[in-house]
Ligand binder design. Structure first.
Ligand code: ACO
Length: 219
């Protein structure tokens, strides 16, 4: 597998790859912000913005040139999460609030910039491998290559919000440590129904995750 930075000439191809393969992500399966192969402006604008940082990686099959996996890496800067939370008021989409509101609040709570006295964090935002290539260590390789770039560029911290059991395993086996965990079970709507009930089921189906372990984990 060849791993290289996603060049601007392949941004659109990368978006099409994620449109097809990322909807499997457990939080999205639960909340259904994006559907397979359907454009999802709210997520894809974040993806494009992230690729513009020039740190995202793609794994391609050397025999076919086909994209096998992508790591979308971006720079998180001090104060951005608070700004993002404020501007969420302009977005009506409830699924977007359930996903991005959850992640932004988790990051605000983790308060990594103050805790570690830094102004920038290398953030692995999306890891995605096409079903055809899953279970062969490609996500782990993308993670390791991302970490290498982070070190080369002088970042002091790499962070992942791992919403999938498999990504949690990738982070753990690459030596990251958990700074914050949340469990979907604690979020209920006004009728007492679990907001993220489906995410729990998907994580179980995908990896026999122990529910007490934390369904989104920030490393
Ligand atoms: N059963 C049990 N364990 C598995 C399985 C499986 N079917 N597949 C992978 N794993 C384990 C591996 O053993 C490995 O664990 P280890 O590090 O302890 O050895 C770990 O999960 C990663 O395995 P890889 O083969 O490197 O992962 P893969 O290339 O299959 O990609 C990924 C994993 C990216 C999560 C893929 O399943 C995917 O794209 N899913 C849909 C999108 C998604 O959920 N992305 C992650 C969201 S979180 C985020 O983006 C930051």
């Amino acid at each position: 597998m060849e791993i290289a930075v996603v060049p601007e000439s392949r941004f659109q191809e990368a978006i099409l790859f994620l449109r097809e393969n990322f909807p499997d992500e457990p939080l999205n399966q639960g909340v259904r912000l994006c559907e397979k192969n359907v454009p999802c402006e709210l997520l894809e604008s974040h993806d494009l913005h992230t690729m513009e940082d020039g740190l995202s990686l793609m794994a391609t099959d050397p025999d076919t040139g086909e994209i096998a996996g992508i790591a979308l890496n971006g720079i998180s800067r001090r104060g951005e999460v608070e700004e993002a939370l404020k501007s969420m008021g302009n977005v009506e989409n409830i699924q977007y609030h359930h996903i991005f509101g959850l992640l932004f609040n988790l990051n605000k709570e983790a308060d990594l910039f103050n805790k570690y006295g830094i102004d920038e964090i290398f953030e692995l935002r999306i890891l995605c491998v096409s079903p055809k290539y899953r279970g062969r260590g490609i996500a782990s390789k993308l993670f390791a290559a991302s970490e290498k770039i982070a070190v080369e560029r002088g970042f002091k911290m790499i962070k992942v919000d791992a919403t999938s059991y498999f990504t949690q395993k990738v982070c753990e086996s690459n030596g990251l440590h958990t700074v914050n965990e949340i469990n979907y079970k604690k979020f209920k709507d006004e009728h007492g129904k679990h907001i993220y009930g489906k995410c729990l089921e998907v994580n179980i189906a995908n990896g026999n995750v122990s529910l007490e372990r934390g369904d989104v984990t920030t490393f």
